[in-house]
Structure formats: structure tokens, C-alpha cells
Design a protein. Structure first.
Length: 94
């Protein structure tokens, strides 16, 4: 674990600070830990999405993608079985 050497200050209304403090207390963690954990998770996700390599293809690949979208294959037995299970459980999948 890295040693904390930097400080981040946030100004907020007293009511919001109290709300965060109460929630942190209920979770059994410090307020800074309660606030920082989801913020870091979100930051990592945003950075990963921004840095993801774009998908590229040539003209032939592009045409194959368009053809596959225009003429999708028939569902196989595994897909049909999954669709039946969803229907039996009354889960909306479309």
C-alpha cells in the first residue's frame, strides 16, 4: 500500500459532510476512505475508456460487418435454450 503524501480538500455544505460522515460510520470506515474509494474506481473506468484503442478495419472488413448486421445468422440451440429460460422466468431480454 502506498503512503498517503498528498492532500485533497473539498468544500461542501455541513449537511452533506454530516451525511458522508454518517454513511462512513455505518460502513465502519473513515470518511476519506468512504469518499475516495468510489471516486478512484470511477476515475480508473473513465481513463480506461478514454485510452481504449479504437477498433479499425479496412473496406473489406467494414463490408463484412455491414453484411453480418444486415443478414444475421439464425440462432443456435444454445441461444434458443437461453431465450427459453429467460421467457420461463419472465425476464425481458428484448
Amino acid at each position: 500500500m502506498l503512503a498517503a503524501t498528498e492532500r485533497l480538500e473539498v468544500r461542501l455544505p455541513a449537511e452533506e459532510k454530516a451525511l458522508l460522515a454518517r454513511a462512513a460510520e455505518l460502513k465502519g470506515v473513515k470518511v476519506s476512505q468512504f469518499v475516495l474509494s468510489p471516486a478512484l474506481r470511477r476515475a480508473r473506468k473513465i481513463i480506461a475508456q478514454a485510452e481504449a484503442a479504437p477498433i479499425t478495419t479496412d473496406a473489406q472488413g467494414y463490408q463484412q460487418i455491414l453484411d453480418a448486421l444486415a443478414h444475421p445468422p439464425q440462432p443456435n440451440e444454445a441461444l434458443l435454450a437461453s431465450m427459453r429460460k429467460y421467457a420461463e422466468k419472465k425476464i425481458q431480454w428484448r
